[in-house]
Design a binder for this molecule. Structure first.
Ligand code: FAD
Length: 432
């Protein structure tokens, strides 16, 4: 009987446990243990803004039905923290000093919110949004506050802003970049989303970072910006991106850059130790550059492949689209994949906007390398598949811009999608 140990019960850890168990179900015989310092069964992080808004309870976030872990024979140690890895002895140490031995170990430790790094960051009333507990604390604080500042115009910041606005707070989003969602959208797409959010009553300040979270007698008063402007706020949410959680790996002597470094089989530099999800650094399929993973879809894919590799079923990971998303803001659906702006010479950008919808494609050497869709995201999964498969799209630009393309245009690249859903399964799972 082999002993598999997984640290982290998020998207990556869960996908790995299921892949290790495979088709054998409970009869598989292997010992699979999942340790997580969060006390809950797995839940969707992407949906926790719904808890902030007061719209969702924990059950609505749950990724698997009650009794799931037992039904697959998984041992769970929830609410328990791993404090060290002795990779030479194939052993991890828990906070209470207990040792757990493994034949194969997965680091699926995720990421933590990047700190604002300014005075007052520890003030009561200043939050980040990463866990269910964060969401419940913010929801409680929102009961007492009438105005909020959200620092950061990325996915998490904007989802938080919408949630607080739904609770009736006055919300201002402070963004350093020239436009919101700068990783997901170009300037024109971002303007459409910003207008929709402004219509909900959300205010924006661009080109600024906070300089201080001001407090008086232990109470948050507001935010002072770099240019000296002051915003009153009883609540602040910092959404300045995430930092891969690599402490355990680094202290165990495992090779780490911005995230844990893995090879094509998601193996780290320590024998028998694998890594997947937000804690990792991966190669982007379009640019070839290494960057932290930081996406739900990638965490699921890497977790599944890591699990297969741990179980001895060689499954190479070819890298992922580190920019891939579908999301909705203020009733406007948004999807993007690959590059969102051209990167110098040799790229071709084509766009079309009509009736509040915006669609842009980016090509290089006759292949699709990026797509931005706002307002109408039909066929989003097809664009992502074409980018992933490096399909030649030359001559089909009009079809791509009008979303009239189908499997018949790309018989090889789209075979798997023919007749299937417009958005691949992993994208759908993120929100369900
Ligand atoms: C509000 C919000 C909205 C998001 N929206 C989107 C979106 O629209 N699209 C998208 O693609 N992604 C989105 N994401 C990001 C997405 O949720 C993550 O990419 C994904 O959850 C990563 O999964 P993971 O399994 O790698 O890590 P995690 O889900 O972070 O899980 C890691 C787990 O490991 C545990 N852990 C860490 N260290 C230890 C230790 N030492 N001992 C025990 N346990 C430990 C952690 O507590 C955690 O439970 C969003 C995230 C948030 C917070």
């Amino acid at each position: 009987m082999r002993r598999f140990l997984i640290i982290g019960n998020g998207a990556a850890g869960l996908a790995a446990a299921e892949a290790i168990r495979g088709d054998a179900g409970r009869a598989g015989g292997d010992d699979i243990t999942i340790v997580s310092d969060e006390p809950h069964p797995a839940y969707s992080r992407c949906l926790i803004p719904g808890v902030v808004a007061g719209e969702l309870g924990f059950e609505a976030l749950s990724l698997r039905p009650p009794g799931f872990y037992g039904s697959l024979g998984f041992k769970t140690l929830f609410g328990r923290r791993v404090t060290g890895i002795d990779s030479a002895r194939h052993r991890v140490i828990l906070e209470n000093g207990t040792g757990l031995e493994y034949d194969a170990l997965l680091l699926a430790t995720g990421a933590r919110p990047a700190p604002a790094g300014v005075p007052g960051s520890e003030s009561p009333g200043v939050f980040s949004l990463r866990t269910y507990e964060d969401a419940t604390r913010i929801a409680a604080a929102a009961e007492e506050a009438s105005s909020a500042v959200v620092v950061g115009g990325g996915l998490v910041g904007l989802k938080a802003a919408v949630a607080l606005r739904k609770r009736g707070l006055k919300v201002t989003v402070v963004v350093k970049s020239p436009w919101i969602l700068s990783k997901q959208l170009d300037r024109w797409g971002a303007v459409l989303v910003q207008e929709a959010l402004a219509a909900l009553g959300i205010g924006f300040i661009f080109g600024q970072n906070p300089a201080e979270f001001a407090q008086k007698r232990g109470r948050l008063m507001g935010v002072r910006l770099e240019d000296g402007a002051r915003l009153a706020a009883g609540l602040v949410i910092v959404g300045k991106g995430v930092v891969p959680e690599v402490r355990l790996a680094r202290e165990a002597g495992i090779n780490v850059a911005a995230g844990v470094l893995v090879d094509r089989h998601l193996r780290t530099s320590a024998p028998g130790v694998y890594a997947a999800g937000d804690c990792c650094e991966v190669s982007d399929l379009v640019t070839g550059e290494r960057s932290p993973s930081a996406l739900w879809t990638l965490a699921v894919e890497q977790g599944r492949l890591a699990g297969l590799n741990m179980a001895g079923r060689a499954a190479p990971y070819e890298g992922g689209l580190t920019r891939l998303n579908t999301v909705e803001f203020g009733g406007i659906p948004v999807a993007s994949a690959g590059l969102v702006t051209a990167r110098g010479n040799g790229f071709q950008e084509l766009s079309r906007s009509a009736r509040g919808a915006y669609r842009k494609i980016i090509l290089k050497d006759g292949r699709l390398v990026g797509a931005v869709l706002v307002g109408d995201i039909s066929r989003a999964g097809v664009y992502a598949a074409l980018i992933r498969r490096r399909a030649v799209v030359e001559g089909l630009e009009p079809e791509l811009l009008s979303a009239r393309m189908g499997a018949n245009h790309f018989p090889g690249a789209l075979a798997a999608l023919a007749g299937g859903p417009a958005v691949p399964q992993a994208l759908e799972k993120m929100e369900s």
